[in-house]
Design a protein around this ligand. Structure first.
Ligand code: ATP
Ligand code: MG
Length: 234
């Protein structure tokens, strides 16, 4: 089967004043569907930049991204927006929840953009919240939720769109070890149950064992590519 995401010879630099930073250096990788792929590496090595380019938020200077068989570089801005709306979900470190909305409303809100009726959006939101283990917390606002619960609301919000591509940038770094583990297990289950492609950036070495595949980045390149579970049975 073709990879869900293909990075083909990606390069990206940022120029600030007279300083030029080469962030991605001719990086190529293929990411399979229905897996949780973790990207690890030191601060500043280009992980968030890679995620932004693979999700179509940012254009590379050179190279191509093929996502779900589409060359993102060939899409017009409006087509790219539509591709992102229909096929991608994003989970951030900071949860990005609205203080005044309860969990069902947080998750249902973006579904309106997909054209769902209010009733259908709320039903899908309740299903997504149940799937991340928040069936009993659905009517609480962020202030009444723990950090781990907030992050699971954010995952439910991304999941409710039923995206084929789910991106998470440091989703556990604001959480303690136990909650971090619940969040990464939830992402892993989503990858398998929905055959979603989950690409997750994390510094946290405790999460490595929970991933199907770990890509270690340094200086804008992928230094190693391994499958922790396979190593364990050898
Ligand atoms: N918009 C921008 N303008 C200028 N420089 C940028 C921009 N975005 C990122 N950079 C630089 O690119 C490099 C890589 O940044 P990136 O955010 O991808 O790293 P990271 O691996 O995600 O780091 P961290 O683990 O700290 O989140 C850094 O040196 C950063 O300062
Ligand atoms: Mg980052």
């Amino acid at each position: 089967m073709a990879a869900a995401l293909i990075a083909d010879s990606l390069s990206k630099s940022f120029v600030t004043g007279t300083v030029r930073t080469d962030v991605l250096r001719n990086l190529s990788v293929e990411i399979a569907a229905a897996e949780l792929t973790l990207v690890s590496g030191p601060s500043g090595c280009g992980k968030s930049t890679l995620l932004a380019i693979l999700s179509g938020l940012l254009r590379p200077d050179a190279g191509r991204v093929i996502a779900l068989g589409q060359d993102l570089g060939r899409l017009k801005p409006v087509e790219l927006d539509r591709f992102r709306l229909l096929h991608t979900g994003f989970v951030f470190q900071g949860f990005n929840l609205f203080p005044a909305l309860d969990a069902v409303e947080q998750v249902a809100l973006p579904l309106g953009y997909l054209g769902l009726s209010d009733a259908a959006a709320r039903e899908r939101a309740r299903d997504a919240l149940a799937e991340v283990g928040l069936a009993s917390r659905m009517h609480l606002k962020p202030a009444a939720l723990s950090g781990g619960e907030k992050q699971r609301v954010a995952i439910a919000r991304a999941l409710a769109k039923e995206p084929q591509l789910l991106f998470a940038d440091e989703p556990t770094s604001a959480l303690d070890a136990a909650n971090g583990q619940i969040v990464i297990d939830t992402l892993h289950r989503i990858a398998r149950a929905h055959r979603a492609t989950v690409l997750c950036v994390s510094h946290d070495p405790r999460l490595i064992a929970h991933a199907d595949r770990v890509l270690a980045m340094e200086d804008g390149r992928i230094l190693s590519d391994r499958r922790p579970a396979l190593v364990a049975v050898q």
